[in-house]
Design a protein around this ligand. Structure first.
Ligand SMILES: NC(=O)c1ccc[n+]([C@@H]2O[C@H](COP(=O)([O-])OP(=O)(O)OC[C@H]3O[C@@H](n4cnc5c(N)ncnc54)[C@H](OP(=O)(O)O)[C@@H]3O)[C@@H](O)[C@H]2O)c1
Length: 305
């Protein structure tokens, strides 16, 4: 692939950090659009979404934007204020990018955005979701639908738009896997609720490779699920983590009501799941390095902890 000049928003997070490393290794020029200066190998430009301010130099020479910015969905309790922050950090940031691209001369041809499998909602645990399916009706599904509507508007500017509906990202550094490992490590590992809820996961390196494929492959356009080919139930994932770490699972499942009392509506994140298809991205020629969860865990976790 010829060298690209890429601007990434939200690049200081889990996905952006790994993606930046891989893009730099491949010889691309990478800069970040961030809310503040942090340690980074890339050049950082600043933006303030609330004030609708973006460093005007951020877009100079840029051909590709990767949009990852958004307030962490599982980082804080879902108060009304936090729910508004989760929505607004995605819709307003995308809207601001649209307005900036609309008003200035630029050379951007490709816009690749994070989206989420939360789009499909949690209505039917057994249904295999494909990109043409309708969105769900719960809070997260509403957020993702509104976020995608803003992302889609970018194509009105004759820019190729790709949306990656990301599943649960497995990384050794942070994110969901770190939280799942904690109880198993301290001999308190147990499935959550029924344990039957599907986890449509993806290894961080495969996800980063999908974003890179979307830069490369100019025929890619619209929504693609960013999930591995074999989703697993919460019970099987917990067992696979325990096996990888060589730890026993003693406890019965954590009852759903206890998690609801503890987490409120946010408990949906762990008690409910969705089974999501990787067929479309595979048809676009993408080959997963980590297709089975055992293989991903063997790469990300130590043999003993
Ligand atoms: N990780 C997953 O399992 C997963 C699953 C589905 C979808 N996604 C989506 O993929 C994107 C990237 O995920 P990630 O795991 O890398 O997220 P992350 O680690 O939480 O990082 C997101 C980045 O967004 C920026 N950000 C945080 N709060 C913000 C706010 N209130 N307003 C504007 N920007 C804010 C921050 O960058 P700066 O501080 O540099 O501005 C932050 O580093 C997110 O939009 C997320 O919803 C992730």
């Amino acid at each position: 692939m010829s060298s690209k000049n890429i601007l990434i928003t939200g690049a200081s997070g889990l996905i952006g950090t790994r993606l930046t490393e891989l893009l730099l290794e491949q010889g691309h020029q990478v800069s970040h659009l961030s809310r503040n200066h942090s340690r980074s190998k890339a050049r950082i430009y600043l933006w303030d979404i609330d004030k609708k301010q973006v460093d005007p130099h951020a877009f100079e020479g840029i051909d590709t934007i990767i949009h990852l910015a958004g307030a962490g969905v599982a980082d804080k309790p879902w108060t009304d204020k936090r729910k508004w922050e989760i929505l607004k950090s995605r819709t307003q940031s995308t809207k601001l990018l649209f307005e900036e691209l609309q008003k200035r001369k630029h050379s951007v041809t490709t816009f690749i955005s994070a989206s989420a499998i939360g789009y499909y909602g949690f209505e039917d645990n057994e249904k295999l979701h494909k990109e043409n399916d309708d969105s769900g009706t719960d809070f997260l599904a509403n957020v993702v639908r509104q976020w995608e509507a803003e992302i889609d508007r970018i194509s009105e500017l004759s820019i190729r738009v790709v949306k990656i509906r990301i599943g649960i990202v497995l990384s050794g550094k942070s994110g969901a896997l770190k939280e799942l490992v904690k109880p198993v490590k301290y001999y308190a590992g147990a499935p959550l609720g029924s344990g039957d809820q599907y986890v449509s996961w993806i290894h961080i390196n495969d996800l980063a490779a999908i974003f890179i494929r979307a830069i490369q492959n100019e025929t890619m356009e619209g929504a693609y699920n960013g999930v591995a080919p074999h989703p697993v139930t919460n019970r099987d994932l917990t067992k696979a983590i325990a096996t990888q770490l060589n730890k026993p699972l003693f406890l019965p499942a954590v009852p759903a009501f206890a998690l609801k009392v503890l987490l409120g509506e946010m408990a949906n994140l762990v008690l409910k799941g969705s089974k999501v298809s990787s067929e479309k991205i595979e048809q676009a020629g993408f080959k997963f390095q980590y297709d089975k969860v055992e293989k991903a865990l063997a790469d990300l976790l130590p043999k003993k902890i």
